[in-house]
Write a protein that binds this ligand. Structure first.
Ligand code: ATP
Length: 349
């Protein structure tokens, strides 16, 4: 049975903004779920409703058979970390981290042990006797993470908790969060607009747009088989190449034509598939240089990324990005012909 059940959750703010438009999601016990989407798609509002900081205007939140929908935050047993997290300024770092455990009546010895363990893992042991005020934003955020994760609530709720950290600390903290969550098995809902972070952390990711859910799946499911062109382009770095094409009737069958070039791809098994416009999608790694290939273009830009390069090519289909091994030299301005792997050519109807 699902541990956290979100049913038809809605939030319309008093000014009429429909931030969340009836989303439903079942979360298994111990799952790490990432809500991913562009700014304004309703991620934070959803998380705030789970936290009890925002009252839904419709739908239900059920945690382990308990209806939380209208319960105040203090009755929910959730631990949250937000991007701008206020620490208690009059308490030292150690006291800040100990505070939730003291409130729960944990013994002094256990508090000392757990606080020192978590501080060690977050890398803030040297800061324990300092007050938060003078600490850098990144260090404050690490203290906030330690304070949230020293406890084992029913749910961890995290809203862009790594937003203020620099790239190195982000990677470290990402590992810490994932390890800590795996060790404790606390069900986690994590919000980010960073698709790479989402792919790295999630058991399953929930891609949102304009207040609704576009797709729920494991990172590889969402990456390999996006539900629509928006998800295809939003997830992945770079996003999937998208191009306009047509389904045309040919000898009783449907064929795909893009810019008068016949395309080989699996058509989706949708009843009543009819001739008309479709969008094709192909990831950069499935475009291949081929002197006999059907796509002709000119290289406009080459990005060197270590083991491989990203080659941007202007073609009659528009600009395409191809990932290729860095061993081959690609010159901006040079003509090129490419082909594609038909197994990975997606057709979005
Ligand atoms: P971001 O990553 O920028 O925080 P988000 O996906 O978390 O974006 P939300 O913060 O949930 O999105 O906002 C969803 C929509 O609701 C946006 O259009 C936002 O402007 C609007 N919104 C958020 N809070 C309020 C509020 N208190 N009153 C009115 N509209 C609001």
């Amino acid at each position: 049975m699902a541990y956290l059940e979100i049913q038809g959750l809605q939030k319309t703010y008093p000014d009429g903004t429909e931030a969340v438009k009836g989303i439903s999601l079942s979360v298994e016990e111990g799952e790490f779920i990432v809500l991913l989407g562009p700014s304004g798609c309703g991620k934070t509002t959803t998380l705030r409703m789970l936290a009890g900081l925002e009252i839904p205007t419709g739908g239900q939140i059920v945690l382990n058979d308990r209806n939380l929908t209208n319960l105040p935050s203090s009755h929910r047993d959730v631990g949250f970390v937000f991007q701008f997290y206020a620490l208690y300024p009059h308490m030292t770092v150690a006291q800040n981290i100990s505070f939730p455990l003291e409130n729960m009546g944990v013994s002094k010895e256990d508090i000392a042990k757990q606080v020192s363990e978590v501080a060690d893992r977050v890398g803030i042991t040297a800061l324990m006797s300092q007050y938060p005020g003078p600490l850098s934003g990144g260090d404050q955020q690490r203290v906030a993470l330690a304070r949230a994760m020293v406890r084992r609530p029913m749910l961890y709720l995290m809203d862009e908790p790594l937003g203020t950290l620099d790239a190195d600390h982000r990677m470290e903290m990402r590992e810490f969060i994932r390890e800590q969550q795996t060790d404790t098995g606390v069900t986690t809902i994590y919000v980010t607009h960073d698709q790479e972070e989402a792919m790295a952390l999630a058991d399953r990711m929930v891609v949102m747009k304009e207040g609704h859910i576009c797709q729920v799946g494991t990172p590889s499911e969402v990456y390999e088989d996006p539900s629509d062109p928006f998800v295809a382009h939003f997830v992945g770095s770079p996003g999937m190449n998208l191009l306009d094409a047509k389904l045309v009737a040919e000898n009783g069958h449907l064929a795909i034509m893009a810019n008068n070039i016949p395309i080989i791809a699996h058509l989706p098994t949708i009843e009543k598939l009819k001739p008309g416009s479709v969008t094709l999608g192909i990831r950069s790694e499935y475009l291949i240089p081929d002197a006999e290939g059907p796509i002709e273009g000119q290289i406009v830009l080459v990005e060197h990324l270590g083991a491989f390069v990203m080659v941007y090519i202007d073609t009659s289909w528009g600009r395409l990005v191809m990932r290729a091994p860095s061993a081959v030299d690609y010159e901006p301005g040079a003509p090129i012909r490419i082909t594609y792997d038909p197994q990975h050519m997606k057709v979005f109807t």
